[in-house]
Design a protein around this ligand. Structure first.
Ligand code: PRP
Ligand code: ZN
Length: 287
């Protein structure tokens, strides 16, 4: 009997490809993603990976060609397919924005009235304009949106922005954000139980990798007289480990800190006399 495998669709080449492949690899899924491969079977986990154009992923998942997929929320919203959103993945962060040429005197959304706006996101954009009562002319094109104004095809654009360098090099200025986006794991509706079990197993690993990325392992030496205050700064997973140092009246403290408040915690620790602070990245964090 053939083993049941979960079919996962990931972007073949583009903003999410590398991070998606790395995520699966950090989840311990071994597979070959050699150049030009369309499909790959994992050696040690019951999954099959399909490398596809990102815009096609929602449809493939909705139709059951793939069971799950990793796609940007922007692409998912635009596709408007009926799938389950399972987990945000914390990478591929970008925003869908309206941008105008530098010499466009922009004041408010009303300035888009009667203007031609080029985009590859016509559904999201028309919903946004309708909601804000803007009467613009949406020009749907299939790529290279950023050059549309300079070749006279449009007065403005609606496109993805992450670093902003594409807009900048094309003389465009971001004026409104329509939506924020990041990579998300999606699944087809009514996934059969055997496949759902594989997905749950994969999801458990994904959450461990995500948690690890958001946290740092911290080790430091603390003077015993300030130990209580230092421990209070470091909640850790349960509570910090404290070991006596060979030198009297000092202890070694080990804990986990969240990346978001990391620098503030380090500064407070130093204020309390902590020394020899070491910070390490974490591979996996099982919660
Ligand atoms: C987007 C967008 C811009 C670029 C912006 O394309 O169309 O070209 O990224 O990024 P930046 O602000 O960092 O310069 P993407 O790579 O997502 O390709 P696709 O839309 O063709 O799939
Ligand atoms: Zn795309």
């Amino acid at each position: 009997m053939q083993e049941t495998k979960l079919k996962i669709a990931v972007q073949k080449s583009g903003r999410l490809s590398e991070d998606s492949i790395n995520l699966l690899k950090r989840c311990g899924v071994k597979f070959n993603n050699g150049l030009g491969k369309l499909k790959s079977e994992a050696e040690n986990f019951p999954v099959e990976i399909y490398f596809l154009r990102d815009d096609d992923i929602p449809e493939y998942v909705a139709d059951g060609v793939a069971d799950v997929g990793i796609v940007g929320e922007n692409v998912l919203t635009e596709a408007g397919k009926s799938v389950d959103s399972i987990e945000k993945l914390g990478y591929g962060k970008c925003r869908l924005s309206l941008a105008v040429p530098k010499n466009f005197a922009y004041d408010s959304l009303k300035d888009f009235d009667g203007k031609r706006v080029a985009t590859t996101y016509p559904k999201i954009l028309s919903a946004f304009f309708a909601e804000n009562k803007v009467n613009a002319d949406i020009h749907t094109i299939s790529g290279s949106v950023e050059i549309a104004p300079s070749i006279g095809l449009a007065d403005a654009v609606c496109d993805l922005v992450s670093s902003g360098s594409t807009l900048f090099t094309n003389g465009l200025r971001e004026v409104e954000t329509i939506m924020q986006s990041e990579a998300v794991l999606i699944a087809r509706k009514n996934l059969p139980d055997d496949l759902r079990m594989i997905l749950e197993k994969l999801l458990f690993r994904i959450k461990s990798v995500k948690a690890a990325k958001e946290n740092k392992y911290i080790l430091l030496n603390a003077p015993n007289e300030n130990l209580a205050e230092i421990i209070a700064l470091l909640p850790g997973m349960r509570s910090p480990s404290v070991l006596p140092l060979a030198e009297n009246s000092w202890s070694s403290v080990h804990s986990v800190v969240n990346e978001n408040d990391f620098w503030e915690v380090v500064e407070s620790l130093k204020d309390k006399g902590a020394e020899g602070i070491l910070v390490l990245s974490i591979d996996q964090m099982i919660q």
